[in-house]
Every structure is written in C-alpha cells, then in structure tokens.
Design a protein around this ligand. Structure first.
Ligand SMILES: [Ca+2]
Ligand SMILES: [Ca+2]
Length: 311
C-alpha cells in the first residue's frame, strides 16, 4: 500500500512537474511573444489630427489618423486603403476608451478618450470625448486644429502657439510675396495676396518663434489661386525661409477643392530629438492628406505625406 502510494504520489509529482514546465514554457513563450509584439509596434506612437466644428466648447472632437511612428519611421495609417489592415489598426489603437493626450502648441493640454470609429470614403476616422486644459479650451475650432498622441508631449506650461506680432506679419508677407514672384506672379496678383493663416510657434523650444503661414494669390488671367505654405525661421531681427511649399493647379476643376491649399495642424516632437516635427493638412482633388516636416542637419524637409482620405 505504502509503495503504491509513493509510486502514485511520485507519478503525481512527475505530472505536476511536467505541467509546471509546460506552464513555464507557455508563460515564457507568451512573454517572448509580447516582447516581439512590442518591438513590432505595440508601443508605436500614433498621431491623430483633432478638429472641432462646435462653436460652443469642445466636448467632442473629430479625430483623423495622421501617422504611426516607430523608432523614427513613419507609417501611413491608411495602409494603402487595405480595409483589413485598417481594421487591425482600429483594433489596436481606436477602440472605445483608448486614451490619447491632446496636444496644442507643441504641448500636452488635456486628454481624449476614443468614443467610436467610423469609415470615411477610404479611411478610418474617430470621435473622442475631450478634457481640455485652460491652455487649449476654446482654441481648437474650425481651421485651427490640434493633435492627439498616445505618448505625452511637453508639459502644458510650454504651449507656444499665438497670433504673430505686426512686425512678424509684415516679415512673413514680404517673404511670401518674393516667393510668389519667383514663381512668376505679377504685381497685380501680389497686391491681392491673402494671408489664409499665420501662426507663431516654437519648434525647438529655444524661446524664439518660428512662423508657419499659408498664403494665396490669384492667377492674373484665370483668378485661380496659387498656394504657398511657409515655415520661417528667425534670423537676427528678421526671418528667413526654412521651407516653402508652392502649389498651383491652373484648372477650374481643382479650384472647387482648393487643391494645393495647405494649413498648419500643430507640431510635436515625434522622434525625441528635441526638435518638433510640423504637421500640415493639404487639399488634393476631392481628397486631403497630411504632410510632416522635419528639421534635419539644419534644413527643414518634407519627410512624410499620408493619412487623410480620398473620395
Ligand atoms: Ca524657436
Ligand atoms: Ca523631432
């Protein structure tokens, strides 16, 4: 009896030991799986554009995927319009309750919780409930947009986004006119220059403002608009062009869509080098997308175009 019991218990022990090993292996492999998933993007930075059409506050905002950033690499959340890949993106990043930081003027100014996601023409967008700090309350409205990110940006004390001074405005208009002139705009057109938007920001946090501006002038014969997007950097008491994106489609059809019109969304350091990347939104032909500008080796460059939607 005794021997049988011992045999039985040692068998049970062996079973337990095997079971234990199996559980350990299972745990180990799950852990490894998790680690792999992490390196493959479980912790990727996801950036959304934040719009608000409501004139009374911003309890809810429209959220539009701009980019997925992994180790400085940019991936388009439209996934080449592959619906299954887009659905996986929704599963991972746009589930109801998923939390994002609201950023405005390059800093964290509140939180956003995803409420729902929807399919647009060929892309996904979402709605979120917003808790905005005083620094952002009432500021994101119409063409003034913010960003949402699943990583924290700068603290809200560092919000820098303001209307330029008259001197800054004059400097920006002069550079815009010169640039349009270089593209062949005549004096008669330049006199009709429109400042669509002009914003002072601080992309590198050095306390000196950069200017981001959107301008248009009408083509002399057709009246169709030439568009210009400028990033201007301080140079002594004045400004110099950091980046100029000139767009002109002299075509009645594209005119309806304001094709080529490009506006600042906001700015955010996406690769942790201390210099913020600047996000803009640009109209195409019954379509729109986002551009990201990055300062590399002292020079602003376009490093990404993607997101948005096309109908
Ligand atoms: Ca600066
Ligand atoms: Ca950066």
């Amino acid at each position: 009896m005794k021997i049988q019991k011992i045999v039985k218990s040692s068998r049970a022990g062996l079973v337990l030991l095997m079971l234990g090993t199996f559980v350990c292996l299972l745990l180990f492999s799950t852990d490894r799986g998790r680690a792999l998933a992490r390196t493959q993007g479980e912790r990727a930075m996801v950036v959304l554009a934040v719009s608000n059409d409501s004139p009374s506050g911003m309890a809810e905002a429209q959220l539009d995927p701009v980019v997925i950033v992994e180790q400085g690499r940019f991936t388009d959340p439209r996934m080449n319009d592959d619906e299954q890949a887009q659905n996986r993106f929704v599963q991972k990043y746009l589930q109801a309750g998923a939390k994002y930081y609201l950023t405005f003027g390059g800093a964290s100014v509140g939180t956003i919780a995803i409420k729902s996601s929807n399919r647009g023409c060929n892309a996904i967008n979402a709605i979120g409930s917003v808790q905005a700090d005083a620094a952002a309350r009432g500021r994101i409205h119409g063409q003034i947009k913010g960003l949402a990110v699943n990583y924290i940006a700068r603290a809200s004390a560092n919000v820098t986004r303001r209307t330029p001074t008259p001197a800054e405005r004059t400097a920006a208009i002069n550079i815009a006119k010169t640039t349009f002139q270089q593209h062949g705009a005549v004096a008669e057109s330049l006199a009709k220059l429109d400042v669509i938007n002009l914003t002072a920001i601080d992309a590198d946090g050095d306390g000196r403002s950069e200017l981001v501006g959107s301008f248009s002038v009408p083509f002399r014969t057709t009246g169709i608009k030439r568009y210009l997007f400028l990033i201007l950097e301080p140079e002594g008491a004045n400004f110099k062009t950091g980046l100029a994106n000139y767009q002109f489609y002299n075509n009645q059809e594209t005119e309806t869509y304001e094709s080529g019109k490009e506006l600042l969304v906001d700015y955010l350091d996406m690769n942790g080098d201390g210099m913020a990347e600047i996000v803009s939104i640009m109209n195409g032909y019954d379509a729109y997308g986002y551009n990201i500008y990055q300062k590399k080796n002292g020079q602003w460059k376009s490093v990404y175009s993607g997101g948005g939607d096309a109908c």
